[in-house]
Write a new protein. Structure first.
Ligand code: AMP
Length: 431
């Protein structure tokens, strides 16, 4: 469907046109008309489907009509991570460039004062992570009493990160009668419960990702001993002349260590994870995008929602504990119709994780031993150490998304309620 058939205003169409978009993606074609009609939305859409524009465009159009009460926030977008908050507010600025809309991103890890003064000047759209937004609500530095549209972006990830209580507290102080839009990649019982509680007869939209794993991504497994992974990675990057590589590790510590080793090998690398300051993360991302940094080493939570165009290589330095994270990880490649390569370095300890991933994908992945890196058959599998990184999210194996996947909508696995009850903590929020 063409954008000019969706009922969007001239100012928005102009901005969309300048972005080079001609046709709306499926989630945009389905969601935009419903949102413009004022309906609540429950949308199943992952990053890469064009979901951000699907809610941002009609939201801006809504704000275009009607009067702006001074200094009162009219639209609120909640996101799980700072990076996503920054990206969504950037999209609001991009699509709203011919409108007077004022947007502010609000997240932790940076000083609260500039946020307070911006809020005092008056803001129409706030894009926020739940923790810092609650700080503002509790301090009375934000007035959310006139919010007309609420968006929960990547709701499943927000719940995984322990934000449910914060979200419910925020919902409790928002005015009645607003429009609610919920976007989530997956639908657990918990998401369904949340949506039942606050959505009013929503239009349900479900789209498949633009890049399905089977179509445009070549996936290969290199069996290798754990202690030789770093060497093999440097070898593959060097011999293949890979220019822009996103590498996933399971832990923050692992990300730091690998980054140091790659730099020692003469390969420019930077790490991105929750213990890095906002400034360091933004710098790493922009240097990676510009080509100054060749390898970005990331944990799952930090990488979620990153929009890096035409990323050619994704490497699983370690397989994720949660099989669905494999799909999210490799979804960073082959964007915008390009081919992509997903390479996984798998040691004997990870065979079980690989089996779980293959079960989820419903296919066996091709294995290719790199000459000179043959695994030593005498090495026995050992339990994987988590070491305080993102793998802990949701209580680890048996308590996270994998458990949800395996159990479908049926009985709850024993570990889950325990994981849910655990109070949110800073590390898990920012992974
Ligand atoms: P998202 O799913 O919102 O993270 O968007 C993924 C990417 O698709 C972003 O780089 C957008 O700029 C791009 N995009 C969004 N809508 C369209 C469209 N209709 N045509 C082409 N690219 C789009």
């Amino acid at each position: 469907m063409l954008f000019n058939e969706l009922g969007l205003s001239a100012e928005l169409l102009r901005a969309v046109h300048e972005e080079g978009y001609e046709t709306a993606t499926p989630v945009q074609a389905q969601a935009i008309p419903e949102i413009l009609r004022g309906r609540d939305i429950l949308a199943g859409a992952q990053t890469g489907t064009g979901k951000t524009a699907a809610f941002t465009l009609p939201l801006l159009q809504h704000l275009q009509s009607g009067k702006t009460p001074s200094r009162k926030v009219r639209a609120l977008v909640l996101t799980p991570t700072r990076e996503l908050a920054a990206q969504v507010s950037e999209s609001v600025r991009t699509y709203g460039r011919y409108l007077p809309t004022r947007v502010l991103q609000i997240f932790g890890g940076v000083s609260i004062r500039p946020q307070i003064s911006k809020l005092r000047e008056g803001v129409d759209v706030v894009v926020a992570t739940p923790g810092r937004l609650l700080d503002h609500i509790n301090q009375g530095t934000i007035d959310v009493s006139k919010v007309e549209v609420l968006v929960l972006d990547e709701a499943d990830r927000m719940l995984d990160m322990g934000f449910i209580r914060d979200i419910r507290k925020i919902l409790a102080v928002l005015p009645e009668g607003r429009q609610n839009l919920l976007f989530s990649a997956t639908f657990s019982d918990e998401i369904r419960r949340l949506s039942r509680d606050f959505l009013n007869s929503p239009a349900e939209i479900q789209v498949t990702p633009r890049n399905t794993t089977v179509e445009r991504i070549t996936q290969v497994i290199h069996p290798v001993d754990k202690r030789r992974k770093r060497e093999l990675l440097s070898h593959r990057i060097g011999s293949g002349n890979w220019k822009q590589v996103l590498v996933f590790t399971r832990t923050k510590h692992g990300a730091n260590r690998l980054t140091g080793q790659l730099n020692t090998d003469g390969i420019n690398a930077a790490a991105i994870h929750g213990n890095k300051s906002q400034g360091a993360r933004t710098k790493a991302l922009s240097e990676f995008k510009s080509g100054k940094i060749r390898v970005l080493v990331a944990t799952d939570i930090a990488a979620r929602g990153l929009d890096i165009d035409k990323l050619p290589y994704v490497v699983n330095y370690e397989l994720p504990h949660v099989p669905e994270d494999y799909v999210h990880r490799i979804g960073r490649t082959a964007r915008a119709g390009q081919d992509g390569h997903a390479v996984s370095l798998v040691c004997v300890d990870e065979h079980r994780l690989l089996k779980d991933i293959e079960k989820l994908l419903g296919t066996r992945l091709e294995q290719e031993i790199v000459p000179g890196y043959e695994p030593d058959p005498s090495i026995r599998a050992e339990p994987i150490q988590n070491g305080g990184g993102s793998a802990k999210r949701g209580g680890g194996r048996g308590a996270g998304k994998g458990a949800r996947h395996n159990n479908g909508g049926g009985k709850k696995p024993a570990g889950r309620s325990g994981a849910r009850k655990r109070p949110p903590n800073r590390n898990r929020r920012t992974g």
